[in-house]
Design a protein around this ligand. Structure first.
Ligand SMILES: Nc1ncnc2c1ncn2[C@@H]1O[C@H](COP(=O)(O)OP(=O)(O)OP(=O)(O)O)[C@@H](O)[C@H]1O
Length: 257
C-alpha cells in the first residue's frame, strides 16, 4: 500500500498521562480512511501530532514518504489541510473573507484573481452561495462547519485531515459531506477523518481504524464489520444489518440494559 501519511512508533503524553503508545499506522494514498474510537481515547491528539499542531511526541511522521520534520511551511500547506475539532474566529469576517484566508500560505494577505475564482468555485461546490456576505460568528454551527471545510478546499491540499467533520451537521448535510469526501478521493485526494458514527464509516470509508488501548488498530475488512472489535472499542453491543445494499452498524446499548 502506498501511504499518504505514515506514523511510526508515535508516543505522546500530556504530563504524566500517556495518551498514545507506540502507534504505527499508515493511511493509504487516494483512500478515504476513518478513525473511530471512544471519547478521550486519543484520536485528536494523534491528528494534532500528525499535523504538527502538537509537538513533543516521540516517533516519526512521513508524508508521501518524506519526513514531516523536513517539510517547509508552504510544502506542508500544499500537502496537508487540517480541520480541527474546535476553532475560534474572534473577528467578524464574512464567509468570503474566511475562505480567502485558506489561501494565506500561498498568497499572503494579497489575494489574486485566481484566489477569488476559487472562492466562487468553493461556494458553488458546497452550495454556500447564499452565505457569501454573512459574518462567520453569526452562522449556525453546521453552517460554520461547512464554511471551514470550504476554507480547507481553498488550500487545495492533496491530503485532507478532518477531526469530526460531521459535527453540527444535520442528517442531509452529513450525507452530502460524506459523498463530497468520497468524490474528492475519486479525484485523487486522500481523506482521513475522525468520526463517531460507525454506520457512516462503514458506508463510506475505504479503510477503518480504531483507537484502542492508546494505539491504532485496523478494521482489516470494511465489508464485514468486526462486531467483537467494535464491542471491545466501545464497550457496548452492536448489530450489523444489511438493508438492500445499505450497511447499518448499530450500537444497541445492550450492556446498559
Ligand atoms: N491539552 C491537553 N492537556 C492535557 N490533557 C489533554 C489535553 N488535550 C487532551 N487531553 C487528554 O488526553 C486524552 C485524549 O484526548 P483527545 O482529545 O485526544 O481524545 P479524543 O479521542 O479526540 O476524544 P473525543 O472523541 O472526546 O474528541 C483525554 O483524556 C484528554 O483529557
Amino acid at each position: 500500500m502506498e501511504a499518504a501519511i505514515e506514523v511510526k512508533q508515535m508516543s505522546f503524553s500530556y504530563g504524566k498521562q500517556t495518551v498514545l503508545r507506540e502507534v504505527n499506522v499508515g493511511f493509504g494514498a487516494r483512500k478515504f480512511s476513518v478513525l473511530l474510537g471512544t471519547n478521550g481515547s486519543g484520536k485528536s491528539t494523534l491528528f494534532k501530532s500528525i499535523t504538527g499542531v502538537l509537538s513533543g511526541y516521540r516517533g516519526e511522521v512521513f508524508v508521501k514518504g518524506m519526513p514531516m520534520a523536513k517539510l517547509t511551511h508552504k510544502q506542508k500547506a500544499g500537502l496537508i489541510g487540517f480541520l480541527p475539532q474546535f476553532y475560534q474566529t474572534v473577528f467578524p469576517f464574512t464567509v468570503e473573507d474566511i475562505l480567502l484566508t485558506g489561501r494565506a500560505a500561498f498568497s499572503g494577505f494579497s489575494p489574486t484573481g485566481k484566489d477569488y475564482a476559487m472562492v466562487e468555485q468553493v461556494l458553488t461546490e458546497l452550495g454556500l452561495e447564499g452565505l457569501r456576505k454573512k459574518r462567520f460568528p453569526q452562522l449556525s454551527g453546521g453552517e460554520q462547519q461547512m464554511v471551514m471545510i470550504g476554507r480547507l478546499l481553498m488550500q487545495d491540499p492533496e491530503i485532507i485531515i478532518l477531526d469530526e467533520p460531521t459535527n453540527h451537521l444535520d442528517v442531509y448535510y452529513q450525507h452530502f459531506l460524506m459523498n463530497k469526501l468520497k468524490t474528492f478521493v475519486k479525484h485523487g485526494r486522500t481523506v482521513i477523518a475522525i468520526m463517531h458514527n460507525p454506520t457512516l464509516a462503514y458506508q463510506f470509508a475505504d479503510d477503518i481504524f480504531f483507537m484502542l488501548d492508546k494505539t491504532v488498530v485496523s478494521a482489516v475488512d470494511t465489508a464485514t464489520p468486526d462486531l467483537q472489535l467494535l464491542e471491545a472499542v466501545y464497550n457496548t453491543n452492536f448489530l450489523h444489518i444489511m438493508h438492500d445494499e445499505l450497511r447499518v452498524v448499530l450500537p444497541t446499548g445492550g450492556k446498559f440494559a
